[in-house]
Design a binder for this molecule. Sequence first.
Ligand code: PHE
Length: 365
Amino acid sequence: MSGPNTDYDPVEVTPLKAEQVEAMREAALTAIAQAGSLDQLKQVRLDHAGDRSPLALANREIRALPPQARKEAGQRVGPARGAVSRALTERQAALEEEHEARILVEEAVDVTLPWDRLPVGARHPVTTLSERIADVFVAMGWEVAEGPVVEAEWLNFDALNLGPDHPARTMQDTFWMDPAENRVVLRTHTSPVQARTMLTRRPPIYVVCPGRVFRTDPYDATHSPVFHQVEGLVVDEGITMAHLKGTLDHFAASMFGDGITTRFRPSYFPFTEPSAEVDLICFVCRGVDSEECRTCRGEGWIEWGGCGVVNPRVLVACGVDPDRYTGFAFGMGIDRTLMFRHGVEDLRDVFEGDVRFTSAFGTEI
Ligand code: PHE
């Protein structure tokens, strides 16, 4: 008969030895104390209180012990597990509190910080003014036409009655594109758009064309090799110079205010006949007591552009019947208009792209 196995000492089971259990407890408590974040604590919980943690495994061992040994072992493992569990709860609470406190500090938004330190761009005033000019004409039912800046010699000159040896051809100092035999230029005025328009549309034609033009001019306070013009062209039945004058007076008043009208001075352009230079009443002295005026230098008038009745030779070159239709055309400097309107004294400011200049015009659209 076999009696109880008195040789068997459950304390000898390795995981249940007092010092082993104590070591597991210490290891767990140290790891818990060292967990610096909620994530780390999660891992510590798995390692020291999870199903496969040393203390859980030791706890499972208890069941394998003879009943009389279970109690003692339970008294060692149970409190150890309890201590670990309490330490975990406390550390969890402490870390959560720390986490929330850190969020409050790290994610705080200082609503008093300046928000407008990033410089805002501004549209270039030439763009804004070009659109504004187009709007004046669109409001009268005109259309906006466009043409390329790299232009065929024929459209820039020949179609406009500036034949190969016409003396007026030298009025335009031209940039020629390589190779020269292609006869291609950077357009010297917006007038080739007149020819392009007549070649592609049937009258009645009412178009306005703002755009960039190029001449081999020096670069100084009043000249630039690149500048902007706005061309106007009307071709219809019964059009006279009176229509031209009325249109330009309206344009001038739209740009410079009521009372600023235009005057015509006889001039010459091969593509218009008769032709005129357009002057504006000086918008500074308004033509009154002009002697002292520095803007118009005592003239009372300021030169604005050129205009005239479309030369029948141009109508013919562009396939328009000159017996049925007449027309007028004009060309004004947009940069000049900008300088007049806004008191810009040096043309180079318009072209140098310094934001201190452009942003003064705001973000007007
Ligand atoms: N194209 C001319 C110039 O650049 C201006 C102009 C346009 C004159 C239309 C008459 C008619 O000087």
